[in-house]
Ligand binder design. Sequence first.
Ligand SMILES: NC(=O)c1ccc[n+]([C@@H]2O[C@H](COP(=O)([O-])OP(=O)(O)OC[C@H]3O[C@@H](n4cnc5c(N)ncnc54)[C@H](OP(=O)(O)O)[C@@H]3O)[C@@H](O)[C@H]2O)c1
Length: 223
Amino acid sequence: MKIGIIGGTGGMGKGFALRWSQNNDVIIGSRDAVRAAESAVEYTNLAKEAFGEIKGTISGNDNLTVARNSDVLILAIPYENIDSVCSGILPEVKNSCVVVSPIVPMTKTDVGFECVSIKENKPFSYKLVLNHMKDKSKLVSAFHVISEKKLVNPTLELDYDIFVCGDDNESVQIVNGLINEIKGLRPINLGPIELSYLAEMSTPLLLNAMIKNKIKNPGIKII
Ligand SMILES: NC(=O)c1ccc[n+]([C@@H]2O[C@H](COP(=O)([O-])OP(=O)(O)OC[C@H]3O[C@@H](n4cnc5c(N)ncnc54)[C@H](OP(=O)(O)O)[C@@H]3O)[C@@H](O)[C@H]2O)c1
């Protein structure tokens, strides 16, 4: 499977690439194809160091080329840039492409981490992304509550749940499969994409709990 990561030069992109390159071909996307290629070389070396030989590959290209060539496309970009990035790339994806949004509408204020959609009455991430989707049923929302620091550290034992929202069962199953490929993560289905706001709000909740209570490596797990 070809997994494209838009904004793959950032922290989440690095974590996903390290994990999924064990079994898949990962393509790092960037506004700058050279930066993407450099990150791909760096991540390949890190993945081989961490896991020995990898079955997949990591390559890099500009965001549009990545979008056109991916079976699954991860939007690892900041909330503020959803419209500017997605308007150019999402109309160009393959009809079968599953688009995954881990995007959190979050800001840090005097009181702690807050959800900008509530604080500033702005749309949740999934609503902004949906505006640019050819086939809205192909959007799956996931990975809001796993931090890049955990994904990039192969020696850290993971034991966390990942909330998943989506309308198309086949697309959700594909994302569940990618979650299961990361040892210690478990997909937890929340329901249709309209409920994505619940997952998006859980990130500031988790971060405030972590900081106020000095909890190392917190995560969410339903027991
Ligand atoms: N970090 C976490 O632990 C974490 C956890 C859960 C969810 N998330 C969510 O995952 C998403 C990615 O997080 P991240 O920490 O990886 O983000 P990031 O490092 O801040 O940014 C990711 C990439 O987005 C691109 N980008 C930055 N500014 C841009 C702009 N103005 N226009 C277009 N592209 C721009 C950059 O790639 P190029 O410069 O190469 O184009 C950058 O490397 C965010 O929405 C975040 O809320 C993050």
